[in-house]
Ligand binder design. Structure first.
Ligand SMILES: [Zn+2]
Length: 298
């Protein structure tokens, strides 16, 4: 199924810190070498013009979305989101399914059928992900500040470690995009539910969550959904776009359960049908799709 195109959703997002944000750069190399660099500095990359810029790696946002989506799924069906750290056979102590892992010789359809609901969306060893999350880059100025932290020894009450410096971003607007391909409506809905919870500041990002850091605002500035068949004013899942054999092989939902009417007319673009929504309208589509994952796993 991955080798063919059925549908694709592009979520253009803008992320702003509500409380100070720190996405830590890996290692302590720079701080150890250069005393002017904070102990915990924000992750940076060098731009083509030679300047360095802080940014939010797509892997950070993806990790937060996956973790939250897994919690949502487990609250409805424990077995549908595996424990990625538990290898081997049988259930874990908490009744979770052990990590989905597939050898190279397992065909794609068999791996997909055997994977838990979370891995079908986010991927696992031997199973491709349907979701790609790009890096988010700052638009306009970035306000940074330094905080000082200490770790307290719980027994003696004395400073166990520190003070150490934290480089935080207090004001910025980071823009980026997520692409979801060949999705069922339930998968679109689960991603929508996770995005909406991040958007509402319920899911923090980065370092220091227990200190209140990392609450963010996330806005889906534009949502673009492309299909090869006319969606007729609806969001359409892959179960309604593929042939019967593929539907059986991947045990996808029946066609009649793969439509969500959004009342928008599709534009034609390079052979594709394109549905587009911006700002509040995009949010309305996400809200409407969000409950679909519950129906799909029940
Ligand atoms: Zn899994």
């Amino acid at each position: 199924m991955h080798s063919r195109f059925y549908n694709e959703a592009l979520f253009e997002v803008r992320l702003r810190p509500r409380t100070p944000l720190l996405i830590k750069a890996g290692g302590e190399g720079a701080a150890a070498m250069d005393p002017t660099v904070p102990d915990m500095s924000f992750v940076r990359l060098r731009r083509p013009d030679g300047d360095e810029t802080v940014y939010v790696p797509g892997s950070s946002l993806r990790g937060v979305l996956r973790g939250h989506a897994e919690r949502l799924v487990r609250s409805v069906r424990l077995q549908e989101a595996c424990d990625p750290l538990a290898h081997g056979e049988g259930e874990t102590g908490y009744g979770l399914k052990r990590a989905c892992r597939f050898k190279d010789d397992v065909p794609g359809d068999a791996a997909y059928r055997r994977a838990c609901y979370a891995c079908r969306l986010f991927g696992a060893t031997g199973l491709a992900s349907r979701l790609r999350v790009g890096d988010l880059y700052p638009e306009g100025p970035v306000l940074r500040d330094t905080r000082y932290g200490v770790a307290i020894d719980r027994v003696t009450g004395a400073v166990a470690h520190g003070p150490f410096e934290l480089e935080i971003v207090t004001e910025a607007s980071f823009a980026g995009a997520l692409v979801l391909r060949n999705f069922t409506l339930g998968q679109f809905g689960l991603l929508a539910a996770a995005l909406l919870d991040v958007a509402d500041g319920l899911v923090p990002l980065g370092y220091g969550k227990s200190r209140g850091l990392g609450r963010v605002d996330l806005e889906v500035t534009r949502l673009t959904v492309r299909t090869l068949q006319d969606p007729q004013a609806a969001l359409v899942g892959v179960g309604a776009l593929c042939d019967e054999r593929t539907r059986q092989a991947f045990s996808l939902p029946a066609a009649e359960r793969e439509r969500l009417d959004v009342g928008a007319a599709a534009e034609r673009e390079r052979g594709f049908f394109v549905l587009e929504a911006a700002g509040p309208e995009a949010r309305r589509w996400l809200e409407a799709a969000a409950p679909r994952w519950v129906e799909e796993i029940s």
